[in-house]
Design a protein. Structure first.
Ligand SMILES: Cc1cc2nc3c(=O)[nH]c(=O)nc-3n(C[C@H](O)[C@H](O)[C@H](O)COP(=O)(O)OP(=O)(O)OC[C@H]3O[C@@H](n4cnc5c(N)ncnc54)[C@H](O)[C@@H]3O)c2cc1C
Length: 426
């Protein structure tokens, strides 16, 4: 059954740039655009910035540098320094990261609203005119010259009718993980796990599902650990029924891992327990918005360069496999076999941030225009800072003219990105 639901709503904001989503990509967009003097409004469904790192408790940053060059320069460098990664390592101190993002966004002059959801868009001739949002105060519209989709799932672009791809040829995405915070770890006595302990736990029937790919635990405090532990398979991240089921599964399997860490790994983990799991599911993969260029595996393999590149990155192709041993062995082969040597990188073209059907929209973060393999590389947080920063700068250049993201002068964009620390070799 359907029915027409029409209602007059207020246009409450009219800004240069509206950013939907305040994860690593969105924060980079909002911070960069506002620092350039644009009037920016960023919204997020959560009560804090950080996306899956803070809501889903993803415990660590992947690397910002490729062993030679700091690729995630600009906002990535600021976050790297603010998190004191040189001192503490890449494990994420969640509460600290939330404050770092709050301060950065506030200082940039970017306006923002939490607990605010994008629910629809109004599109005219390829231009998104309004974002329709729902919040505690009701439903209202945000008008902007340029919109940036940093939702991770490409919600805005999909609502606006831009084509997208999702998963493999059967639509199947990588597993998701309900990450968690673990307490009472004696890090001095933690040994690197070896596959025999996992085999023993399998033989003893500890796990409901035998999964050979156990991402593991990162140090996130004196006695704290962040667990990227417990894959949930066959999740459709754009379907709340599927997300609901996965949250329940994620919570259900955590005690199995608790037993495994305490009794099978023991040592520094002998007294550990799960303190809390994420309030949102850790989704690795959902929509990939089709843009003017689809960055792909071949580009990764050939370390591609592009005239319109907005940055370079390097992280390996990292497709989390099915639970079986065969799939895990294939994963290891691909992950290590295709891995770059120190100093190598691939370019990210501006065109992969420009949705193919939309005039005044850019997309940043894990849902930019790539194939499945490339998505598994660029999706990590330092990569999201690079694409988010570029969207932020480009959105200002577009908003200063007619809002058309295809009219951005690429040389000017590249020079401006360099001037704030972006890595763009000449
Ligand atoms: C289990 C797991 C482990 C990972 N491990 C690592 C790792 O070790 N290191 C690393 O660097 N990366 C890791 N990643 C990848 C990385 O964390 C994500 O890909 C990255 O956070 C994506 O950033 P994003 O800004 O594109 O999206 P997200 O982080 O997903 O942020 C999107 C934001 O948009 C908001 N939003 C979404 N839809 C709407 C809407 N309709 N209205 C309003 N707001 C909306 C959300 O609330 C969220 O805050 C991991 C990811 C997962 C899931």
């Amino acid at each position: 059954m359907t029915f027409d639901y029409g209602k007059k709503i207020e246009v409450r904001y009219d800004v240069d740039v509206c950013v939907i989503g305040g994860g690593p990509a969105g924060v980079a967009v909002g911070f960069t655009a506002a620092s350039q003097g644009a009037r920016v409004l960023m919204i997020d469904s959560n009560g804090f910035f950080g996306g899956v790192a803070t809501a889903a408790l993803v415990p660590a940053f992947m690397r910002f540098a490729n062993g030679d060059v700091f690729l995630s320069g600009g906002i990535g460098r600021e976050i790297y320094d603010a998190c004191e990664i040189e001192k503490y390592g890449t494990g994420i101190r969640v509460e600290k990261l939330k404050r770092i993002y709050d301060n950065m966004v506030i200082e940039s002059g970017c306006d923002f609203l939490f607990h605010t959801n994008l629910i629809d868009v109004v599109v005219e001739n390829g231009f998104v005119k309004y974002a329709i949002v729902s919040a505690k105060s009701g439903i209202y519209a945000i008008k902007a010259k340029v919109f940036v989709d940093a939702t991770g799932d490409g919600d805005l672009c999909a609502m606006a009718g831009n084509p997208y791809e999702m998963g493999d040829e059967d639509g199947k995405c990588m597993p998701a993980t309900l990450c968690s915070i673990w307490v009472d770890i004696d890090w001095d006595n933690v040994q690197k796990p070896d596959s025999r302990e996992l085999a023993r736990a399998f033989a003893d029937g500890v796990f409901t599902q035998e999964d050979y790919h156990l991402s593991g635990m990162w140090r996130t405090g004196e006695h704290l650990g962040g667990g990227n532990i417990g894959h949930c398979y066959n999740v459709v991240a754009t379907d709340e029924r599927s997300l609901t089921q996965a949250m329940v599964t994620g919570r259900k399997i955590l005690p199995e891992f608790e037993k495994y860490y305490r009794e099978y790994l023991g040592g520094g983990y002998a007294n550990t327990s799960v303190a809390i799991s994420g309030s949102y599911l850790g989704v690795r993969e959902s929509r990939r918005i089709v843009g003017e260029y689809v960055l792909n595996e071949e580009d990764y393999v050939k370390r591609a360069s592009f005239d319109d590149e907005i940055g370079r990155y390097y992280y390996p192709i990292d497709i989390h496999p099915d639970p079986s041993k065969d799939s895990y062995d294939k994963f290891l082969q691909e992950f290590h076999g295709l891995r770059y040597q120190p100093g190598e990188s691939y370019g990210i073209p501006y065109r992969s941030l420009v949705p193919v059907k939309l005039a005044n929209v850019l997309v940043g973060g894990r849902c930019i225009s790539t194939d499945k393999k490339m998505q598994s590389s660029i999706r990590v947080m330092p990569g999201c800072y690079i694409t988010g920063q570029a969207c932020g700068m480009a959105s200002v250049l577009a908003a200063n003219k007619d809002g058309e993201t295809r009219n951005v002068n690429i040389r000017e964009l590249q020079d401006k990105l360099r001037s704030i620390g972006g890595y763009l070799p000449k």
